[in-house]
Design a protein around this ligand. Structure first.
Ligand SMILES: Nc1ncnc2c1ncn2[C@@H]1O[C@H](COP(=O)(O)OP(=O)(O)O)[C@@H](O)[C@H]1O
Ligand SMILES: [Mg+2]
Length: 465
């Protein structure tokens, strides 16, 4: 419970507890001392009062007839502090005595304190007698009220001093704790940024000496994460580039070797067909036609394979023209679909890896829409985005109004490899991909791809190509 409390509450609680214990002990000691102090004070007051009464009595007896001694004492005696003097005359009863004004303070003392500090009751009686006759007596009793009031006054002062100092020290500590812990808000915010994948989050130097190692540790960690992330991206990009290069080599082989061979076969089959016609050999003519049709099939699948391995337009046409070519193909194969294609014409030259990423995005996105969604409308959008605080980006959108992806939306690999490969490619160039439902049904793919490649990446590109 205590361990789960906020640090400032723990501090305040501890301070209050310590001061409360200190205050209780101080008051206990004061009360114990007060009882002795009051007793000593009052006893010495009683002794002086007794000596005063005896001296005044002896002097008065010499000058005054014994029956008038007590009334005379009533006029002359003044009760000292801490005692009460009563004159009891045998004939006249209790005689009033002049008293100094001790009033006021005693009745502000709480009863419990008086009970704790008050010494036991004692009375001293001094008889007034002459020649064997008793004329009355003087009674001296303890009156510790004013002494108790003084001690109470001390106790009350100490209580207030301790209470106020506890309050002030608690306030100072809360302020200090707050000030020390305030940088933790920055740490919390930086951790949240790190969790979102923003590895550039740094804290810098802490204003609080206690937090300096933690801040430095955080900065080291985020730096290491940033470096690891950069390595991962570089590696991803390298893998994609190597894959592209390999596909390009295979495409070149197919184009440069298979193409002429197939063409040669076609020419030879035509010659055989012509010879068979001359020789009027029906069987040979049929074989020649069969060879021609097989060659045509191989040529068709060779050309499909070439397009799959490496779009011919990439590297030869500007990106937008290659894309227009792609959409022209889609349009002519699917004339019943409404095509809304909006491609920005003013794009800067982009590295081939970006061109291929953009091309594959539209190719796979539109093919998926046609194959899985059966839409009546497909929208494709490409533009350059330039925010002031980010590097220039290409924004790519493919949207269809088909059946939508349903449950498979959260997992790219639910179907084939198409969407997963698209995400890998986009990741490799440091872009982002969002796959979600389109408004009013269908599927919407949105991606942003950075336009600029770093010089280091550009060098890698040249090395591959
Ligand atoms: N536009 C779309 N409309 C409906 N379903 C889609 C769409 N795009 C993708 N899908 C679903 O997502 C799955 C994964 O797609 P993909 O990775 O390209 O694999 P493939 O196309 O080879 O099946 C598909 O099998 C399909 O069920
Ligand atoms: Mg697919």
């Amino acid at each position: 419970m205590f361990a789960r409390m906020h640090l400032q509450h723990q501090v305040v609680l501890c301070i209050c507890l310590v001061h409360l214990i200190a205050l209780s002990l101080t008051i206990a000691v004061l009360v114990i001392n007060a009882r002795d102090a009051v007793r000593l004070e009052v006893e010495s007051g009683a002794k002086s009062a007794r000596a005063l009464v005896l001296a005044t009595l002896g002097y008065t007896l010499q000058e005054t007839p014994p029956q008038d001694v007590l009334p005379r004492l009533a006029e002359t005696l003044v009760a000292p502090r801490h005692v009460h003097i009563a004159l009891v005359d045998a004939r006249r009863g209790l005689l009033p005595l002049r008293e100094v004004d001790n009033a006021g303070s005693a009745n502000t003392v709480p009863g419990w304190f008086v009970r704790l500090a008050k010494p036991g009751f004692r009375e001293i009686r001094i008889p007034v007698q002459s020649n064997g006759n008793r004329y009355g007596y003087v009674s001296i009793t303890m009156a510790p009220g004013d002494e108790i009031a003084e001690v109470w006054h001390d106790v009350a002062s100490i209580f207030w001093i301790v209470s106020v100092s506890a309050l002030v020290s608690a306030l100072i500590l809360v302020w200090l704790v707050n000030r020390t812990l305030r940088p933790l808000d920055a740490l919390r915010a930086a951790l949240a940024r790190l969790r979102e994948g923003k590895h550039s989050a740094r804290l810098g130097r802490s204003t609080s000496a206690d937090l300096v190692p933690i801040f430095r540790g955080f900065d080291d960690l985020s730096e290491a994460l940033e470096a690891a992330e950069a390595d991962r991206t570089r590696l991803n990009r390298r893998i994609v580039e190597l894959g592209d290069a390999e596909r390009r080599t295979i495409a070149m082989e197919l184009h440069d070797e298979f193409g002429p061979c197939l063409f040669g076969l076609k020419v030879k089959a035509s010659s055989i067909a012509r010879a068979a016609e001359r020789l009027e050999d029906q069987d040979l003519a049929q074989d020649a036609v069969a060879i021609q049709s097989i060659v045509a099939q191989i040529q068709a699948s060779n050309s499909r394979l070439l397009t799959t391995l490496r779009p011919m337009a990439i590297g030869q046409l500007p990106l937008v023209d290659a894309l227009l070519d792609l959409f022209q193909g889609f349009r002519s194969n699917h004339p019943d679909v409404e095509w809304r294609v909006d491609l920005s014409q003013s794009l800067p030259d982009t590295p081939e890896i970006i061109d291929l990423t953009v091309y594959r995005f539209f190719q796979e996105g539109v093919t998926n829409a046609l194959r899985h969604g059966q839409p009546s409308r497909i929208t494709a959008f490409l533009s350059q985005q330039q925010d002031t605080d980010t590097a220039p980006l290409l924004r790519l959108v493919v949207e269809d109004n088909g059946s939508g992806m349903g449950g498979s939306m959260s997992d790219d690999t639910a179907g084939g490899r198409g969407l997963a490969a698209m995400r890998d490619r986009i990741d490799a160039v440091g872009g982002q991909l969002d796959i979600g439902p389109a408004e009013g049904g269908g599927t919407r793919l949105v991606s942003s791809v950075p336009l600029l490649s770093s010089p280091e990446n550009a060098m890698e590109l040249r090395a591959v190509s």
